[in-house]
Write a protein that binds this ligand. Structure first.
Ligand code: GLY
Length: 404
């Protein structure tokens, strides 16, 4: 359907993308899952699209567990975000099927459900509160006794005091998602510039493109900043326009469930242990992801003995049998956090510069809806209704001057 774009935008031509006739309509800074889905959906709509990233498909998705946890990760005061999370969860099955078809890749999308459990009486009281909030918010969540939890997941510790069964919280494999998006973008004719964006270029008060680390200047009709936790650091973006995103480190472990132990867990199991969120996400291919710490340490991505120790200690309290499993990987990633934990989607105060960043804990979940709303905005100039509450303008000083 888009072969005319594919022929104009093979990757070796990308080096000449600033010459006449190949000027992209859209230049996306950042080739993580958010930048890639924006590129894919834009190219599908006939926009000439380019992505700037030294390693497309990298970023936080390489570490993320891939829980699609709109209901079990609900927090007080985040009901507006809940609406967007639920909308994206609703789009996931269709999105996953379409992307698998477009890329020829399996995404590991699994409608497995989630069990959030309590390990002691305090946890149980907190989980009761969460359940009440979920019910008030019209969400499907069933209270189970400890015995009922263990009947569903026999590997759970005998001390589990109760839990919430949420069949609507699913999972996807973020690494496979990222890989599929790169392939789908290539097939849709997206040009890739495998380099760092060094600086945004601004001419007469409008964003006009970027300069790469190798000095190449790229021009485009519109620029999208989708660089995750690095989005607040691009040189050339006026201070008042820089998105207020910061990195929040998460350390994550990957174990392997040998075939003889399968099914070790049949759904995502999570708990709050000593105030920290802990989750175990079992994939159908035997991978078991255990996450995650939450640390405000700037751009540090060191895996620490303390981080690994705490995750294993807490996971062992929840599911003692994990000690038998091979530990295959430890890694840290950076969540792009915003001041209200919700993403920034839409035009910035600088004409020609749009933002798709700040997805914090929900980047994998929000991938489908982000691609749809950004492509709609890039094509029509209008941010769809479901995304309007997430305009970056909510953080601009002008807004505070408006009469109450
Ligand atoms: N959504 C899981 C996390 O950010 O740790």
């Amino acid at each position: 359907m888009h072969t005319h774009h594919a022929s104009r935008h093979t990757s070796h031509q990308a080096h000449h993308a600033d010459t006449a006739g190949t000027l992209p309509d859209v230049l996306i800074v950042g080739g993580g899952i958010i930048g890639l889905v924006t590129a894919w959906r834009s190219a599908q709509r006939g926009l000439r699209t380019a992505v700037v990233d030294p390693e497309p498909g990298g970023g936080a998705a390489q570490v993320a567990a891939g829980m699609l946890a709109a209901v079990t990760e609900l927090h007080y005061g985040e009901q507006v975000l809940l609406g967007l999370n639920l909308e994206s969860a609703r789009r996931y099955p269709g999105f996953a099927a379409e992307l698998a078809e477009a890329s020829g890749q399996e995404l590991g999308y699994r409608a497995c459900g989630t069990l959030a459990v309590a390990l002691d009486l305090d946890d149980r009281a907190n989980l009761r509160e969460l359940h009440a909030l979920q019910v008030r918010s019209g969400l499907e969540s069933e209270w189970l006794t400890g015995r009922e939890c263990r009947r569903l997941e026999p590997m759970l510790a005998p001390g589990v005091r109760g839990g919430l069964r949420v069949d609507g919280d699913h999972q996807v494999d973020p690494r496979r998602l990222a890989k599929a998006l790169v392939i789908a973008c290539e097939r849709a004719g997206v040009a890739f510039h495998r380099d760092w964006a060094e600086r945004l270029t601004v001419e007469r008060g409008r964003a006009t493109g970027v300069v790469l680390a190798d000095g190449t200047a790229l021009a485009a009709g519109q620029v999208v900043l989708a660089a995750g936790s690095l989005s607040g650091r691009l040189a050339g973006v006026p201070d008042a326009v820089l998105p207020p995103v910061r990195p929040v480190k998460g350390q994550v472990l990957r174990l392997t469930v040998p075939r003889v132990y399968a099914p070790f867990l049949s759904r995502t199991v999570r708990a709050v242990v000593r105030g920290s969120h802990l989750y175990l996400v079992p994939r159908e291919n035997g991978e078991l992801v255990i996450g995650a710490t939450s640390e405000e340490l700037g751009w540090d991505t060191t895996v620490t003995a303390g981080g690994v120790y705490e995750l294993l200690r807490d996971a062992h309290e929840l599911v003692p049998g994990i000690t038998e499993l091979p530990l295959t990987e430890t890694r840290a990633g950076l969540r792009p956090a915003s001041p209200d934990n919700a993403p920034l989607l839409g035009p910035s105060a600088l004409p020609g510069l749009l933002l798709a960043t700040g997805h914090y804990r929900n980047g994998v979940l929000l991938t489908p809806v982000t691609g749809d709303v950004m492509a709609e905005l890039l094509t029509t100039g209008e941010l769809p209704a479901e995304a309007r509450a997430f305009t970056p303008r909510r953080f601009s000083p002008v807004r505070q001057e408006q009469p109450a």
